[in-house]
Structures are given as structure tokens and as C-alpha cells.
Ligand binder design. Structure first.
Ligand SMILES: CC(C)(COP(=O)(O)OP(=O)(O)OC[C@H]1O[C@@H](n2cnc3c(N)ncnc32)[C@H](O)[C@@H]1OP(=O)(O)O)[C@@H](O)C(=O)NCCC(=O)NCCS
Length: 173
């Protein structure tokens, strides 16, 4: 993710990109019992990339407040090239909503296949761990607007899920 300061005709603009991409090769240590990449390894990559994206946008430390709805479409093979793309798709007062897509391809091929998708929500926090305001993200393109709409819709759905989950958030012994 780049943040560039541009001085144009004595006007100072700060341009912040809302996207970060990790690329690497899946390793033998990422294997599951079926010989492919472990779902837990994919979740770790998703969390790391989304964390890097959120913290860069917030210009400070962020914590995950919500991760859910991870959809694994296709398996990833060991030794494949993996690409994890994290994008800011919505910002609230203190929260940053990140859409994450995971792609993979054989090293010998050119085309990536999408394997996984989810949206993770981070909150920017201060030194005491309390939520602190974030730079707001403004969607510019039609695709950005579509993604922001998607984030807002998920927020609404999440409220209904929270109501259903409420009795199970308490500890039962
Ligand atoms: C993140 C944390 C500081 C937030 O504090 P809080 O008092 O619970 O949260 P608040 O009610 O002030 O809400 C903060 C933001 O989270 C959002 N939020 C709250 N519940 C949410 C949920 N279930 N899903 C998504 N966002 C949620 C709020 O909408 C608010 O965003 P906004 O300011 O953009 O509107 C606190 O919940 C916490 O420390 N959680 C543990 C984090 C953690 O350990 N993560 C895993 C390791 S990184």
C-alpha cells in the first residue's frame, strides 16, 4: 500500500491507496490431512493481509472486531502461487471494513482462480486499546460504490446474526 504526498500548484494532497496484495508460494508446512492447503493457513493469510491493509489505512494499530462468512470456493494446492488481495470497502467512525479475496494458480500457468472470499472488520485503537477515529474512505468508482453498498448490507445482516448469537456469547459450564 502506498501513501504519497503530492504538492500540486502549491496545494498539498495526500493520496492513500485502499488496497494491499500479498503474493507467495504455499509451502509443505501448510498442508492439511487431505494433502492440500489447510483452511487455518488460509485464514491466517487473510487476517495478516487484512491487518496490513487496515493498519496502513488507519496509520496505526488496529484489532479485528469481526471475522465471519469465510467462503472457501476451491482448494489451494501445495506449491501453488497464492495471491491475497485486501481492500478497504467501507469506513465508519472507528471501524474499517476490509474485503479479502484469495486467488491461486500453478506456477506454470498464468491465470489465477479465486478460491476464497470474506469481509473482516477492524477497529483502530489507541494505546489504551480504545477505539479511535479513522480517515474516512470515499468510494470513487462504480465498483467501489457497489462494494460499499455490500459492506453496509453485511452490517445489517450481522446485527440480525448478533441477536441470534447473543445467548451463546455467555459462558456455559
Ligand atoms: C475492538 C474493541 C476495542 C471495540 O470496543 P467496543 O467498545 O466493543 O466497540 P464500540 O461499541 O466502541 O464500537 C467500535 C466499532 O466497532 C463496530 N462494531 C461493534 N460491534 C461490531 C460487530 N459485531 N461487527 C462489526 N463491527 C462492530 C462499531 O460499529 C464501531 O464502529 P464505528 O465507530 O465505525 O461505528 C473491543 O471490542 C476489543 O478490544 N475487542 C477484542 C479485539 C481483539 O482482541 N481482536 C482479536 C485479536 S486482534
Amino acid at each position: 500500500m502506498n501513501k504519497c504526498n503530492i504538492d500540486l500548484l502549491n496545494q498539498h494532497f495526500i493520496i492513500m491507496e485502499n488496497k494491499i496484495t500479498f503474493q507467495f508460494i504455499s509451502e509443505p508446512t501448510d498442508v492439511n490431512f487431505g494433502g492440500k492447503v489447510h483452511g487455518g493457513a488460509v485464514m491466517k493469510w487473510i487476517d495478516q493481509t487484512a491487518f496490513a491493509c487496515a493498519s496502513s489505512w488507519a496509520e496505526g494499530y488496529c484489532v479485528t472486531i469481526y471475522a465471519g462468512g469465510i467462503r472457501f470456493y476451491k482448494p489451494i494446492l501445495i506449491g501453488n502461487l497464492v495471491k491475497v488481495v485486501a481492500k478497504v470497502i467501507y469506513t465508519g467512525k472507528t471501524s474499517i471494513h476490509i474485503a479479502v479475496d484469495v486467488y491461486s494458480r500453478k506456477i506454470s500457468e498464468f491465470e489465477f482462480n479465486k478460491t476464497t472470499h470474506c469481509v473482516i472488520v477492524f477497529v483502530s485503537v489507541d494505546e489504551a486499546g480504545k477505539p479511535k477515529p479513522v480517515n474516512s474512505w470515499t468510494p470513487m468508482t462504480e465498483k467501489d460504490k457497489h462494494m460499499e453498498h455490500y459492506a453496509k448490507k453485511l452490517m445489517q445482516l450481522r446485527k440480525d446474526i448478533e441477536v441470534e448469537m447473543q445467548p451463546f456469547l455467555k459462558e456455559y459450564l
